[in-house]
Structures are given as C-alpha cells and as structure tokens.
Design a binder for this molecule. Sequence first.
Ligand code: FAD
Length: 473
Amino acid sequence: MRSLLWLRDDLRVADNPALRAACERGEVLPLYILEDDSAGIRPLGGAARWWLHHSLRELADSFQQLGAQLVLRRGQAAEIIPELIDEHDIDAVFWNRRYGGPERAVDAELKSSLREAGLTAESFQANLLFEPWQLKTGSGGHYKVFTPFWRACLEQPEPRQPLAAPATVQGVSGVKGEALERWELLPTRPDWSGGLAEQWTPGETGATQGLEDFLDRHAEGYAVERDNPGIEATSRLSPHLRFGELSPFQVWHALRRTAAVAHEDSRVFISEIGWREFCWHLLYHHPDLASQNYRPEFDNFAWQPSSESELRAWQQGRTGYPMVDAGMRQLWQSGWMHNRVRMIVASFLVKNLLIDWRVGEKWFWDTLVDADAANNPANWQWVAGSGADASPYFRIFNPVTQSKKFDAEGSYLRRFLPELAEFDSKLIHEPWKAQPQLDESTEQEASYPVPIVELAASRQRALAAYDAMRGSD
Ligand code: FAD
C-alpha cells in the first residue's frame, strides 16, 4: 500500500505521527508544498523563507538516508495532492494538524474530498501538546487568560512520549518534483543572510543539538536569568519549534528526564512552552488575530498615521534609545531578538510612537526567523493592550529603566551598538547625558542619534489617547 505524507510545519522525521502511520502501511511519498496565498494562507516573510530553504534541504537529506525522496511542489494542495494520487496509485494521505484559519479550511476540504473518493485521510496531533478545542472553561468557552488556561492544561493527562524516527522509509520512485533552488527562497541582491547563517543551524539536527545544549548549559538558572538579554540564558528553540524541527512533546519529556534542572527553572521554562500553546489556542478561536484587535474597543484607538521617518528610525535601530536600538539591530543582524527586548521595542513603537501594533507585527513577520502565525500577533496584541490577557495599556515600558534593570552593565547594548562601546555602564543607558564622552568619541561613535521622542511627553500622549478611546466606548 502506498501513502502520501504531506509535511507542513513539521519538518522532522522524529516524533512525527503522520510519518509513523504512513510507514506502517508500506511505501511512502513524502511531499512538501510551497502553498500560494490563494487560499488566504499568509505568505512567509524574508527571514522565514531563508530558514525554510535550509530546513527543507536537511529534511530531503534525512529522507534520502532513510530510503525515500522528499518531493517538492508549488501551488495549491487541492490540485497537487489529487494529481499525485492518480499518477502514483496512492490510497492514503496523512498529515499532522495545523491550526490557522485558512490552513484548517484547506485541510478540512481536502480531507472530506479524499474520503468521499474512498481514500484514507488521517490527521494527527503533533505540534501542540493540547488541542485548542480540548480545553474549555467552566462555561464551555475558550480560555482568554493564560493562568487558568495553563492550569487546565497541567490537569490534563501528561502529554504522550515522543516517537522515535523510523529506521527506514520505503520510498516511491519516479515522482517528479521541483528543485529547491528554483523556489528562490534565499535572498539575493542583496544577500542579507550572512548574519543569520552565522547564528543558526536550521533543520532537525540543529534543533536536537539546541535542545541538548540548553538542557546541559542554560536550563539551570533559567527562571532568574531569562530576562537578561546580555547573557545567553534562553533556549533559542523558537525557530526550530516554529518549523516543527522539534516537537513540544520532545521538549516536554527531555526536560522531565533532566534531573539536574531545578524545579523552578523547569516550571518556568515549561510555562513558556505553555505561552506558545496559549497563543495557538487564541489563534484557533480568533483566526484573524494578526489583523483585528482581539478587544474591539481598540478599533476606536487613535493611532498616529505612521511617520515614515519615525518608523524607519525604529526599524533601523536609530531611535536614540539604546535598548530599543540594540534590539532592532539584533533582529536585523540575526533574525531573532531576546524576549524582554521584544517587549520593550514593541511598547516603544505602540506607545511612545503611537504607531498601530499591526505595523510592528508585519515588520517582525518579515524579519524574524521564528515569525509565527500565532505567537507574533498574540504577543504584539499583548503589548499593545488590545489582546487577550494583555498587559494594561497604561503600563508603558520605560526603555531606560528597563535597560538599567535588565542589562545593568550594558553588555547587550555594547554588542549591538558599536558607537557606544566605550561608554561606561552608567551613561550607556542614556548617552544623551554624556556630552563630554560624545565629544571625545570618533566620528562614527558620535553618529549615535539623539532621541527621536521625549519619553515623558510621549507617555502622556499615549495615556491621553487611551483615555479618549475609553471615553468613546
Ligand atoms: P525561551 O525563553 O527559551 O522559551 C522557550 C519557547 O517557549 C520559545 O522557543 C517559544 O516557542 C515559547 N515562548 C517563549 N515565550 C513565549 C511567548 N511570550 N509567547 C509565545 N511563546 C513563547 N515567539 C515566536 O516564537 N515567534 C514570534 O513571531 C514571536 N513574536 C513575538 C513578538 C513580540 C512583540 C513579543 C513580545 C514576543 C514574541 N515572541 C515570539 C515570543 C518570545 O519572544 C519568543 O518566543 C522567544 O524570545 C524565543 O526565544 P527562545 O526560544 O530562546 O525562548
């Protein structure tokens, strides 16, 4: 018997239930489709396209070693899959579930048409520990607040053990696919991906190694150190989880097995995996999370029409606030930013510059290697105050206070702001106070910008806009 395995956000051979089911039946045709946006699926941003290229390259190698060829096609699943079924005598199709609105519509329609045609079509739980429909509040609705959501998750039976990778996969020969290079996922003219390549190893091997490194070196102390952007204290597993090179089941059980990690570190880390589950829970129940305010009263919020020069200063890391600028440059150079700094730069855009959170969300979508259809909009809305269980709008991060608190010595700032490398650890957080140091510095160092907005005044402006919105309810 021949099965088609449709791979999507699960680019791995270990802990892959759809692959396991296909292997148990006989021959397997593994397929990845670069879906076009005709079904409303959000096209990948630039950094994610770079990641996808490398991840698929490794996945193709893994399948080759196991005995099968990964077939690449571009277009719509509803056309490509029936075509392959006819051409290659396929009688079953398997995939692991995805949870975005347009994606679910594609999958549901395909499943019912395959079943109507008499084929086996099965989907599996592989990318979330808890299915979004499985968790209901006492009144039968979905969760809107993280703490009770996560408590309810932890009361469920423990997530299943991860599955081993198959020892071999019996492939189907003679299937025509496209060459990965033809998809042009990598940037050219200019090729801006050098910094990404230095930092990351996309693919299942890098993901597994990343998890091991985290457990060996950084998990101990995570609860305390995770907020310090100057040290490598978090797992950096986000892009691997985003592309499904690693499953949350593997993470959960690896952590449980690692006795050396203190209870508190383990609890806090797993609750971050819980935030990922919560964001997907929200997206499942609010498929337009990236475009619509979760709290509709924010539809009346008076965002400023985004000033080109302010937006550009934010994107390029030239706002004059070192913590904001270091974060935005880290993002541009490496496709990733520390979580604490993501919150600071997002708050600065939305509150101090009064620019609509959707503008920032889109920039992150294009520049993050871990750009995630649920985590990104849910966190932007959390910072903006328009989201579920959001940080209250009136709580406005002060980038200077945050900088002093979480990067007291300025080591993170120095790493990304060479202009400030010589500044002492007091003045580096507020370089505009350091006229003598600026005067002594070289021309390049002196080019660090003065602040583009004043913190106290922009804070007052944001609070006034918030009050006006509440007044208009
Ligand atoms: P760790 O601290 O090691 O956490 C482990 C894993 O838990 C992460 O890999 C991630 O999968 C999950 N996680 C951690 N924090 C969160 C969170 N707040 N929400 C959801 N899941 C979380 N994360 C993304 O994966 N993709 C995004 O597009 C994304 N956009 C964000 C935008 C903003 C404005 C903010 C404030 C946060 C965003 N996050 C996003 C969440 C968080 O910043 C990253 O997941 C984290 O920084 C990734 O680093 P890590 O893997 O070292 O995290």
